[in-house]
Design a protein around this ligand. Structure first.
Ligand SMILES: [Zn+2]
Length: 129
C-alpha cells in the first residue's frame, strides 16, 4: 500500500531527477544508486515505497534535512487540482505523468517543450481539468 506521500515523492524524483542525481554524487555515498533503485522499482511496476524511503534517508544524510520532501513543493499543489468534481472554470490543459505513477503535473508554457516523465521515458500526457 502506498502511503499518502508516495506519489508526491515519486513526482519529486520525476521532476527533479537531475538535481537529485547531483545531490547524491555530492553526498556521502557518492553515487546515484539510491535514485536508480527508485526508478527501477517504478518502471517494473514494483513497490517504490522502500526505495523511496532509502533515497529520502540518503539525501538527509547528505545534509538536506528535508530529504526528498524538499523537492515536492511543486508537486504538492496538485492535491488541490485533482479531486473529481472540484469546481473550477479552468479549461486549460494540464500535463500529467503518463504512467500515472506520480503526482507530477506541468502547465503548458509556450516556449518550453513538454517534459518527459523520467520514470516511463514518455512525454507527459495532456488532460483537461
Ligand atoms: Zn512521472
Amino acid at each position: 500500500m502506498a502511503d499518502g506521500g508516495e506519489a508526491e515523492r515519486l513526482a519529486a524524483v520525476c521532476a527533479h531527477l537531475e538535481e537529485i542525481r547531483a545531490d547524491l554524487r555530492d553526498g556521502p555515498g557518492g553515487d546515484e544508486g539510491p535514485v536508480e533503485r527508485v526508478l527501477a522499482a517504478a518502471r517494473d511496476g514494483g513497490d517504490t515505497a522502500g526505495a523511496l524511503a532509502v533515497l529520502h534517508a540518503v539525501l538527509q544524510a547528505g545534509g538536506d534535512p528535508l530529504g526528498l520532501d524538499g523537492y515536492t513543493d511543486h508537486a504538492g499543489a496538485i492535491r488541490g487540482l485533482r479531486p473529481a468534481g472540484i469546481s473550477t472554470t479552468r479549461a486549460e490543459p494540464v500535463y500529467l505523468c503518463p504512467a500515472g505513477r506520480c503526482a507530477r503535473y506541468w502547465w503548458p508554457q509556450a516556449t518550453v517543450p513538454v517534459p518527459h516523465c523520467t520514470i516511463s521515458s514518455s512525454m507527459l500526457r495532456r488532460e483537461r481539468l
